[in-house]
Design a binder for this molecule. Structure first.
Ligand SMILES: Cc1cc2nc3c(=O)[nH]c(=O)nc-3n(C[C@H](O)[C@H](O)[C@H](O)COP(=O)(O)OP(=O)(O)OC[C@H]3O[C@@H](n4cnc5c(N)ncnc54)[C@H](O)[C@@H]3O)c2cc1C
Length: 448
């Protein structure tokens, strides 16, 4: 056992079920817990995600009894400095698999810093689930899911007793990232994650299979930001699932996150580029005024606008409406999916490079879902089906609060629909649907 080891927190901002932390603690008498403010990641994060991260760091610091070192600088420099200051010879981490984090860690290692990897942000690390027939990775979700279940995962790791060195005053560079005016983000931190998980298990998990698509109710776990920052580990959740249909569907959703991480691991270019390459050749429009209307939630389609306004106000959006707005951007506005993915990247507190890129590509039809390239969501019918009372729309669109369902889904059909200046539709869905199908037919023809 050495005297001191560095523990480098990144996307694992928790003490429980953290095998890397347990490994660090069992290797040394004391740890030097550090979070490094990475200018590259900060530069691409919008104010809501930064505010969330700032709060999460404060929460982590509290559980570490105010011993967290929050450092500014490149990882190489910061880690070297801490290692020589504290006489530590190793740096413990939870392994990263997405392109940026993986490359960063290799670079740090190449500079001579020994990294000890234990565990990862996934129940089963990317690259592990392979086809038994030929050892190649899965490209389709359902067989991946079956193999992922068979592969299985470890039980949650035990929580170690933490002994940390005392940081110097100059090591406490907590960022001042305020929550923007008019925005309300969910509470960050490990304790908030565990509290939300307990609430979800007791109140919504059993009905999850039926309620998860209804955008107007609190029927999903809302754990995505906690999972993104590693405030809770998916294994903690999986270990507590019972045998109800709700739990089974929830397990499948956790597996989507793992599937997309696996896909990105094997296809790193799909972070920004097409998974199904022939979609590169489709005719797309350039972003214009309609994109501005999309980004401000003023397209004139209530279900789409409510979703965008939810994103702008909360930094989070319901999964059903993520699909609906993604379809609208690609199929009604004919923009490439990356414009939407970048917009989400700016605003989501739960932004995850794999889930976002592949959530967009799935909806655009160029992702892992081989069949329905022609899937085009009808924004009006989706609203009627998944927000039947109009509660979701009413919550985010004050201009339509005077309307009941079903009128709230089609304000153009009633005389007082535009009483409070709700904008008119920027495009006609029926026309754009046909246009989209025509453009899809062109690439099908061109590549066959
Ligand atoms: C266009 C688009 C973009 C998306 N971008 C992101 C993103 O940046 N970050 C992100 O975490 N999720 C993303 N998703 C997936 C999904 O919408 C969110 O994970 C989910 O809405 C989060 O809410 P929840 O925690 O209440 O989910 P729940 O329904 O409670 O599901 C539990 C967990 O399972 C995982 N999960 C659920 N659905 C999916 C899915 N379709 N794909 C991958 N993981 C899933 C999430 O980790 C989620 O927290 C995106 C989906 C689409 C269609």
């Amino acid at each position: 056992m050495t005297a001191r080891a560095i523990f480098w927190f990144r996307r694992d901002l928790r003490l429980n079920d953290n095998p890397a932390l347990a490994a660090a603690m069992s290797s040394a008498k004391e740890i030097v817990p550090v979070f490094i403010l990475d200018q590259k990641l900060i530069g691409q994060s919008g104010s809501k995600r930064l505010a969330y991260l700032g709060q999460s760091l404060r929460a982590l610091d509290e559980s570490l009894e105010n011993k967290l070192h929050v450092m500014i600088g490149t990882p190489e420099k910061v880690l070297q400095e801490l290692m020589s200051r504290y006489g530590a010879t190793t740096v413990h981490i939870s392994e990263e698999f997405e392109p940026y984090g993986k490359a960063r860690d290799l670079r740090v290692e190449a500079s001579g810093i020994p990294l000890i990897r234990t565990g990862s942000p996934y129940a089963v690390s990317p690259g592990r689930v392979k086809k038994p027939s030929d050892g190649t990775p899965y490209r389709v979700y359902t067989p991946f899911y079956k193999a992922w279940v068979i592969h299985g995962w470890r039980p949650p790791a035990l929580t170690p007793m933490i002994r940390s060195v005392e940081p110097a005053a100059g090591d406490r560079n907590f960022p001042d990232w305020p929550v923007p005016d008019g925005v309300s983000i969910s509470e960050a931190g490990e304790q908030a994650a565990l509290t939300r998980w307990k609430w979800f298990k007791e109140n919504a998990l059993d009905q999850y299979d039926e309620q998860r698509n209804n955008a107007g109710i609190d029927g999903t776990s809302k754990l995505s930001a906690h999972l993104k920052w590693g405030e809770i580990h998916p294994r903690t959740l999986l270990a507590e699932l019972n045998k109800t249909n709700g739990a089974e569907v929830f397990r499948k959703e956790i597996a989507w996150r793992e599937f997309y991480a696996d896909i990105l691991f094997h296809n790193p270019h799909t972070e920004n580029d097409y998974y199904a390459e022939k979609f590169k050749d489709m005719r797309y429009d350039k972003p214009a005024k309609t994109f501005e209307a999309f980004k401000t939630g003023t397209t004139g389609y209530p279900f789409v606008d409510a979703a965008i306004r939810q994103l702008l106000q909360e930094g989070w959006m319901h999964n059903r409406t993520r699909m609906v707005v993604a379809s609208f951007l690609v199929k009604d506005l004919h923009l490439e999916w990356q414009y939407g993915a970048d917009f989400f990247m700016e605003h989501l507190v739960d932004f995850d490079v794999a889930s976002n890129a592949h959530g967009w590509q799935w909806t655009a039809g160029c992702g892992t879902d081989a069949s329905p390239y022609y899937r085009i969501f009808n924004p009006i019918e989706q609203g009627k089906r998944f927000d039947p009372n109009g509660d979701y729309i009413r919550k985010y669109i004050p201009e339509l609060r005077h309307l009941d369902a079903p009128d709230i889904h089609e304000p153009w059909t009633v005389l007082d629909g535009y009483l409070h200046d709700y904008p008119e539709r920027i495009v006609d869905h029926a026309t754009e649907r046909l246009e989209s199908l025509a453009r899809l037919a062109e690439i099908k023809v061109a590549t066959e």
